[in-house]
Write a protein that binds this ligand. Sequence first.
Ligand SMILES: Cc1cc2nc3c(=O)[nH]c(=O)nc-3n(C[C@H](O)[C@H](O)[C@H](O)COP(=O)(O)OP(=O)(O)OC[C@H]3O[C@@H](n4cnc5c(N)ncnc54)[C@H](O)[C@@H]3O)c2cc1C
Length: 368
Amino acid sequence: MALSFAIIGGGWYGCHIATSFRALGFNVTIFEQHQRLLHGSSGNNQFRLHLGFHYPRHYGTRIQSRDGFSRFVERYPGLSSPVPQNIYAVPKNDSLIDFLTYKLIMTSSGIEFRESPTLPDFLSNVEGCLHTPERVLLLEKARQYFTQRLGPFLVTDHRVESIDDRPGGVYVDGRRFDYVVDASWGHFIQPPIDLFFEPTLLLYYEANAPFPAVTFVDGPLCSVYPTEDPTLFTLSSVPHTPLGRFNSARDARAVLDRVDTALVTDKARLMEEQIKRYIPAFSDTFRFVGPQLAMKTKPLGSFDDRSCYVYQNGRIFSVMSGKIDTIFFATERILSMLEAAGKDEAVGKESSSLRAEIVNVDRLPAAV
Ligand SMILES: Cc1cc2nc3c(=O)[nH]c(=O)nc-3n(C[C@H](O)[C@H](O)[C@H](O)COP(=O)(O)OP(=O)(O)OC[C@H]3O[C@@H](n4cnc5c(N)ncnc54)[C@H](O)[C@@H]3O)c2cc1C
């Protein structure tokens, strides 16, 4: 009989794992506490299909992104679209690394880019920039795609309250499954690593004319990135987007619940001031629309690791999500952990059979 999986969380990770497991013939039930899929961070982020350019300080993340990008485009061809002009710019004095080092890191990681001989004239205080084929994620299409595919296996408006791992199966709110995948980004079961929850505030802006995606790297910088709506952009800032660090998701949520117009106005001022250092005409091009509130789950440490990890405890897998392009690693790790467990059982305590296969010298024809 096919294995049964309960998947907790209908974000990008839960949806991808559920559709992949369905395709492999497993029985899947996906629980989402909200009424629709991609409601949490998966529906509230900068919608960038990363290629690795964001992570000059973490090799593993860069490589997962580089590989995940191509796999994403192949697997979900209709769920992202190209960004006509997508620029990563290294500011002259404020970046943690210089342009040449940045370029060498990307080259040595096998990440595709084009360098233009001249800098775009709307940029200021920039040492150099790369043009990249990074894409934008299409949220509404993704929601429709997964809702259509997972409809019969989806339990929405259901917040999972309990998991009970017993010898014969694992029980999710009383229902039995062979395995559970917690894809709640650490909100239900906390993965066994030191992590924190970061409430975030991005700002939506309307552009009065087409504008490129521009990301300033590396360090406490900012970016303006298009969305699926060609007139709508997000403005994000490394120092100003986070609203604190918390040990529990509940404390982080409380901060989001208290966000008021004074805070949003203040953040808009700070973020606009910051980006105008590099795009002086920002205020002539963009009009503030409103904030986007979300939450990140991050590993502790200043090493900038945003790759995906999976942990197993009995019949329960917990996923520490990376970026959206790294969903494939979650599925593969769960499958290889299952495979490894099955192999141990199948192989048992047998010793090597190699000796029995060695040709017996006594049976060879005698030398003439
Ligand atoms: C400000 C910001 C900008 C970002 N920008 C980008 C970007 O440009 N590109 C990129 O690739 N990534 C970006 N990210 C990261 C990206 O959003 C995450 O990697 C991704 O959304 C994680 O997906 P997930 O499915 O693990 O988590 P989520 O999308 O958070 O999904 C988890 C789901 O679990 C549900 N859930 C939780 N507890 C329970 C429970 N007990 N019972 C039932 N359901 C439950 C939640 O409701 C939620 O829907 C950004 C994140 C933020 C916050």
